[in-house]
Write a protein that binds this ligand. Structure first.
Ligand code: NAD
Ligand code: MN
Length: 354
């Protein structure tokens, strides 16, 4: 049997209510999966910053690097006004651990009127987010500029990851899990009609990555990002895996999350070579913290995602199935989903289904 060591970084607010739920589900996985877990609690976030002056303690980074196979990150609050010395711990972690992909599956229940079952694979290290900006005085007033950097290396590896995810999703369908899709498809998103060099390089490189023989069975299409937004909202079922440079991926992922009703449902993973951090898409939700009513499902699905990227597809599939079971049954839903169940009641219902 395999033992995975998982770093738990609850962070602030409801992060502290949903990360324990993630741990409970890992501990309750059936023994037939031959998986064991050990856990290490790690600090990060705004409360940590207020206590110690740093939002991401070095000990957290070192422990993740030296001891852990993967991690779960809850959510952190950001200061409402610019605070000297504070910077986002999750952004720093992505850099320190070279987690170059942000993966966000968005899935509706099977019975939804307009079904959605897609994954956005967002490049996480470059594009406009290199933050190389400058402001200067032009002849007609101030001008500000930013660098949009696209590299062949980053574009190739993100497209290859999209190809792997498309194949993996097909394996799951082949194993009998029913789905709105029957064939793997990757949609390359760009704006190369205007940005022929930067987005042009992304597009060509992604094409080349996906033309490799291992992705032979994967359909590849392209879509210009603005028309993509239109089609994503009109006909979300047309998409399986979407790969995009950083900025478009950021915007598309929040937009796609709106298709399924509650932020409390949408997971994500930050993925590098050999490491993954599962992270619900929502924030620390100060408006509901301490009431025990946070929806744990985004976190539980993030646990599944983390396991997928650690090579434990079967365990991941099990978690997705029991979460879907809870949603389709619809009797024990949290308030954001129109129900009245507490976090623990949702978790217990899901554990029973395991
Ligand atoms: P939020 O995601 O925390 O909350 C938005 C709304 O969704 C709130 O009404 C909240 O109650 C609800 N919600 C979110 N998650 C839920 C869940 N699991 N169950 C039920 N309802 C849920 O976003 P916000 O209010 O804009 O931000 C709050 C704080 O979180 C801010 O400090 C912000 O900077 C931070 N934030 C952090 C992250 C992150 O850590 N990745 C992401 C977004 C926001
Ligand atoms: Mn965003």
């Amino acid at each position: 049997s395999r033992t995975l060591r998982i770093g738990l970084i609850p962070g602030d607010g409801i992060g502290r209510e949903v990360i324990p739920a993630g741990r409970r589900v890992l501990e309750a996985l059936p023994s037939s999966l031959n998986l064991k877990f050990s856990f290490v609690d790690l600090d990060a976030g705004f409360d940590t910053f207020k206590q110690t002056g740093v939002a991401l303690p070095e000990k957290t980074v070192e422990t993740l690097k030296k001891e852990c196979d993967g991690a779960l990150f809850g959510a952190v609050s950001s200061p409402t006004t610019a605070t000297k010395g504070y910077s986002s711990p999750i952004v720093a972690l992505r850099k320190r651990l070279d987690l170059y992909a942000n993966v966000r599956p968005v899935k509706s229940v099977r019975t939804a009127k307009s079904p959605v079952d897609l994954v956005i694979v967002r490049e996480n290290t470059e594009d406009l987010y290199v933050k190389e900006e400058k402001t200067y005085e032009g002849p007609n007033g101030k001008v500000a500029e930013a660098i949009k950097r696209i590299s062949e290396k980053a574009s190739f590896r993100i497209a290859a990851m999209a190809g792997e995810i498309a194949l993996r999703r097909q394996r799951v369908r082949d194993s009998g899990v029913d789905s709105i899709h029957s064939k793997p498809l990757v949609t390359i998103t760009h704006k190369s009609n205007v940005l022929s060099q930067t987005d042009g390089l992304f597009r060509e490189t992604a094409r080349r990555a996906l033309a490799q023989s291992q992705y032979q069975s994967v359909g590849v299409e392209e879509q210009i990002v603005d028309s993509m937004v239109y089609k994503l909202f009109r006909q979300p079922s047309a998409y399986d895996v979407i790969v995009a440079p950083n900025l478009y991926g950021d915007i598309l992922s929040d937009g796609a999350a709106a298709l399924v009703g509650s932020l409390g449902l949408v997971p994500s993973a930050n993925v590098g070579d050999g490491f993954a951090i599962g992270e619900p898409c929502h924030g620390s939700a100060p408006d509901i913290q301490g009431q025990g009513i946070a929806n744990p499902i985004a976190t539980l699905r993030s646990v599944g995602l983390m396991l997928e990227f650690l090579g434990e597809e079967q365990a991941a599939a099990k978690i997705y199935a029991v979460v879907d079971g809870n949603l389709e049954d619809g009797k024990l839903l949290s308030p954001d989903m129109g129900g009245s169940a507490k976090t623990d009641e949702v978790v217990e219902d899901i554990l029973r289904r395991l």
